[in-house]
Design a protein around this ligand. Structure first.
Ligand SMILES: [Zn+2]
Length: 56
């Protein structure tokens, strides 16, 4: 499910593009949390990937 609140890039303030959600255990984390990954849409920006961990 796509979250309604968007995150902005730390460096260029461009809206981050939601890439998907994964179970925390897929990333070697314990618990029932969700890891969401976001990418910056600005080509010249050095930020490639932002991952946000939400506790379950
Ligand atoms: Zn950026």
């Amino acid at each position: 499910m796509k979250p309604s609140n968007m995150f902005k890039c730390r460096d260029c303030q461009t809206e981050l593009l939601w890439g998907g959600d994964h179970m925390a255990e897929d990333h070697g984390l314990e618990g029932d949390g969700i890891v969401s990954n976001y990418t910056c849409q600005e080509e010249d920006c050095s930020v490639e990937l932002v991952m946000i961990y939400t506790k379950g």
